[in-house]
Design a protein around this ligand. Structure first.
Ligand code: M6R
Length: 599
């Protein structure tokens, strides 16, 4: 998740690039860079860390007159956040910024006889372009041949001394907008940098690419030249950052279906899982796993424990970090210690990791923020690639963490040969359907919005599920608590009759997770018991359930994890719609902070 900007014109090129990057900094701040080309004179600046470092570096740079420029703020996916890995990436006479992931960069790299200086996937683009230019002798053809060779997701801006005054651009899977104001042409990966500059904008569709120069944009859809569909630009920056959604939480719920693709990219193959972050040496000698985390990340960890035991037949325990660190735990050297954290800064999780390291355990972090304290300390890290999460109530961090754990479970299953190859392929196929399961359909959202009005009062909620749907129930209850301030508990459905069922009455709302493919008959009897005691039941299931007071029908998937993912979205939307009706600030709930860096 990165941000990109571009500019063609004579009006303070540097200020537009830096101010535009400031608007996009929330998408990533591992490093930033700009490149400006005036005639054949190139100026390039890069800096690690926040944008202010780049601003400091460019303080004596004052380009005057006409030029073209590109800029980038980076959220590291391939390669550490260093200056060499920062964009723009350079060939001999061309410069590129890119948002997305080039899946086949390793194959392309093998075919190129170029000097690579970074560990990024992006650098292949610029070298491939220069090689194509040598062969085709025409920059536009060379650019088209370059994007035709790329697999994965990208929004690309490329400038070259071979065509000064022009920006080549392409979009596939990552957002890109082109704007204009008279002779001036602007590019950005979202609206916000363009506000106050471009008068009208065209939102590129996948497969669109082209070349722009002062006052003109030539646009192509694959091979056919088309006319850009310019629209006037919205003027509200906050609204632009939220992409038209009411809250960042809502935007992040909707984003899940896209970001999960980034989580899987390069890791999920047709018939197996690859992790460039891991190797057999590291896994060697591991006979058990301990997972440690807090809050939502803990719920992801619990879900992971079910998956690892099911698929890889390896014993797993999962603990709350604040408990773990004071219980004088028994740690054995054949244990892989996994910490999970969105922020990478949670104090209790960090301390738990230090304890495991001091005890000589191998450690792995599953984290969303590269270069965070947890990432720096762990032996290995698998980044979730969810992009910056702004809503305090975690949504896309959770679903991407669970995806990493599902892939990890399959990776262990491959190494430990606990699944037949057909079963591994079936898991891979199911994973590939996750983006569809996470997609928010407007009919579903509207149904949940309407239904939410019945759940604003009452004396509490039980979220119930069995097996891996139990941690999902915990997560559903936490989401509701955090933003609605209503009392909610997650419970294993089979445990209700050991006490909590005493609370059942019409004012007790039961949110029942009833997947078709995991213990359906068992959970059905548990819900029947609650219904018999007059609890108000909201059933979430692909199977019609006549005893439910409210029923949210989910799609019929073949794999329980796809049911899990769709239900995760339902629970997030339900919590959000209830909180909105109660008039709460969904993004900044009372008493909470996004990252808990104190004990
Ligand atoms: O950054 P982390 O994942 O380590 O944070 C852990 C918890 O503080 C976090 O998940 C918290 O529970 C969220 N507010 C849940 O929505």
């Amino acid at each position: 998740m990165c941000g990109i900007v571009g500019y063609i014109g004579s009006n303070n090129i540097k200020d537009f690039l830096l101010e535009g990057l400031k608007e996009l900094e929330y998408r990533g701040y591992d490093s930033a860079g700009i490149a400006v080309l005036q005639d054949s004179e190139l100026s390039i600046f890069k800096a690690v860390g926040k944008l202010e470092n780049l601003v400091r570096k460019t303080k004596d740079f004052h380009p005057q007159g006409f030029g073209v420029g590109i800029g980038h703020t980076r959220w590291a996916t391939h390669g550490k956040p260093t200056e060499l890995n920062a964009h723009p990436h350079m060939g001999e006479f061309s410069y590129v910024v890119h948002n997305g992931i080039i899946e086949n960069y390793k194959e392309i790299k093998k075919e190129l006889d170029a000097k690579f200086v970074s560990q990024t996937d992006t650098e292949v683009i610029v070298h491939l372009f220069e090689k194509n230019l040598e062969e085709l002798q025409e920059p536009q053809k060379a650019f088209k041949a370059t994007i035709d060779a790329l697999k994965g997701a990208y929004a690309i801006l490329l400038i070259t001394k071979a065509a000064p005054g022009k920006i080549f651009f392409a979009k596939h899977g990552s957002p890109l907008i082109v704007g204009r104001n008279g002779e001036e042409i602007y590019f950005a990966s979202s609206d916000a940098p363009l506000i106050g500059h471009a008068k009208e904008v065209h939102y590129l569709e996948d497969g669109q690419w082209g070349v722009a120069k002062a006052g003109s944009v030539r646009l192509f859809q694959d091979d056919e030249e088309i006319t850009p569909e310019y629209k006037p630009l919205t003027l509200n920056k906050e609204l632009a950052q939220k992409g038209g959604y009411r809250f960042f939480m809502e935007k992040e719920i909707y984003e899940q279906s896209d970001v999960i693709t980034e989580t899987m990219m390069g890791r999920l193959q047709e018939d197996h899982i690859e992790f460039e972050e891991l190797d057999e040496d590291f896994i060697q000698g591991i006979n058990q796993i301990k997972i440690c985390a807090c809050g939502t990340s803990y719920h992801a960890g619990l879900s992971g424990a079910y998956l690892l035991e099911k698929l890889a037949r390896i014993p797993v325990t999962c603990e709350i970090a604040s408990e773990f660190r004071y219980k004088d735990p028994v740690l054995t050297s054949d244990t892989l210690f996994i910490v999970i954290s969105q922020s990478g800064e949670t104090a209790d999780t960090l301390e738990a990791l230090k304890m495991a390291k001091n005890a000589g355990l191998k450690t792995l972090s599953i984290c969303n923020v590269d270069n965070s304290s947890i990432v720096r300390l762990a032996d290995r890290t698998i980044l979730t690639r969810a992009g910056i999460e702004k809503g305090v109530a975690s949504t896309k961090a959770f679903t991407t963490q669970v995806m990493v754990l599902w892939m990890l479970a399959l990776y262990f299953a491959q190494l430990r040969q606990t699944l037949a190859s057909e079963a591994v392929v079936a898991e891979c196929k199911a994973m590939a359907h996750t983006p569809a399961a996470l997609k928010v359909h407007s009919s579903m959202h509207e149904r949940i919005r309407r239904l939410s009005k019945r759940y604003l009062h009452g004396h509490g909620f039980f979220f119930i599920g069995r097996d891996i749907f139990f941690p999902l129930a915990l997560e559903g209850a936490l989401k509701l608590k955090e933003i609605s301030y209503l009392h909610a508990e997650g419970y294993p459905a089979g445990e209700m009759k050991h006490g909590p069922i005493a609370l059942a009455d019409p004012e007790l709302f039961t949110i029942a997770l009833m997947p078709r493919h995991l213990l359906y008959d068992k959970i059905k009897s548990n819900v029947e018991e609650l219904s018999a005691r007059d609890s108000t039941i909201c059933a979430i299931s692909p199977v019609e359930f006549e005893l439910a007071d409210d029923f949210i029908k989910t799609a019929s998937y073949e794999h329980f994890m796809l049911e899990y993912y769709e239900m995760a979205v339902v629970l997030q939307l339900l919590a959000m719609e209830i909180a909105i009706r109660l008039g709460n600030d969904v993004d900044m709930p009372r008493n909470l902070a996004k990252s808990v860096t104190v004990e």
